[in-house]
Design a protein around this ligand. Structure first.
Ligand SMILES: NC(=O)c1ccc[n+]([C@@H]2O[C@H](COP(=O)([O-])OP(=O)(O)OC[C@H]3O[C@@H](n4cnc5c(N)ncnc54)[C@H](OP(=O)(O)O)[C@@H]3O)[C@@H](O)[C@H]2O)c1
Length: 239
């Protein structure tokens, strides 16, 4: 039994990468899961494998999604304790050369959907008098590099969201934090022609499990403790 055993976690971006690794780490600690992503077949495979796992497929930019996820948690498990707002995507390129339609899509997923999800999560947790919202930011939400202005901009917004909520919710029993990974080997960079670790000179990127350990560590702290930001970098990333 851990601090987390019996709790209920909603995870967006739960089909793969960091979201899936965190779902697995939570599950190993007795947490019940509500997983979201677009790939229904993959969600169903996770639900068949992980105990107490409900799933919902859809686009995170649908404004009805956050409430539907909290309703599902209520229906299946009677409550929600943790919300991991993790769905995201990356499009790179210099500001005057980036595909602006892809940029707009990234802003909808990484920023608009994160704010909408937080809006619903915080209302739910405030009414309950407890709850933990963890947002996935990035080291690129704390510093910019050429060619990553669009993505960094979305993750700076996630930092602002997380910090504003931390201040607004102090003393309510609702905790908000942000995890800031460096380079992680996941499907996020699937469209890149050259592997990002080669471009960035990182000998060994993080695994999704490395980030999941940090998320679990933050979430399992006693209620009077908050780790508001947790940056996890590959030791070899000179970012
Ligand atoms: N990998 C890195 O180096 C790195 C570093 C820092 C931060 N991050 C952040 O970590 C988070 C997770 O990314 P990852 O690296 O684990 O990559 P990933 O394996 O590609 O995971 C992205 C997740 O987001 C979901 N998603 C994307 N667009 C969606 C949409 N429109 N509607 C619903 N779900 C959507 C995907 O689900 P479906 O495809 O099933 O829809 C998937 O589960 C992202 O916020 C990313 O920005 C990653």
């Amino acid at each position: 039994m851990t601090e987390l055993s019996g709790k209920v976690a909603i995870i967006t971006g739960g089909t793969s990468g960091i979201g899936l690794a965190t779902a697995e780490a939570f599950s190993a600690r007795g947490v019940k899961l509500v997983l979201h992503g677009r790939r229904q077949d993959i969600l169903e495979a996770h639900a068949a494998r992980l105990p107490d796992c409900a799933v919902m497929a859809g686009d995170i930019t649908d404004p009805d999604t956050p409430k539907a996820l909290f309703d599902l948690a209520q229906e299946r498990f009677g409550r929600a304790d943790i919300a991991f707002s993790n769905a995201g995507l990356i499009h790179g390129g210099p500001v005057d050369d980036i595909d602006t339609e892809k940029l707009a899509e990234m802003i909808r997923v990484n920023v608009e959907a994160a704010f909408r999800f937080a809006y619903t999560a915080v209302k739910h947790f405030k009414a309950q008098g407890s709850g933990f919202l963890m947002n996935t930011g990035s080291v690129l939400g704390t510093k910019v590099r050429p060619g990553a202005g669009g993505y960094a901009g979305t993750k700076y917004a996630v930092e602002a969201l997380s910090e504003a909520l931390r201040l607004e919710l102090a003393g309510t029993g609702v905790r908000v934090a942000v995890v800031e990974p460096g380079l992680v080997r996941t499907d996020l960079h699937r469209d890149h022609s050259v592997r990002p670790e080669v471009v960035q000179g990182v000998d060994q990127p993080l695994t999704p499990e490395d980030v999941a350990r940090a998320v679990v560590f933050a979430c399992e702290q006693p209620r009077h403790v908050l780790i508001p930001r947790i940056m996890v970098l590959p030791a070899g990333q000179a970012v």
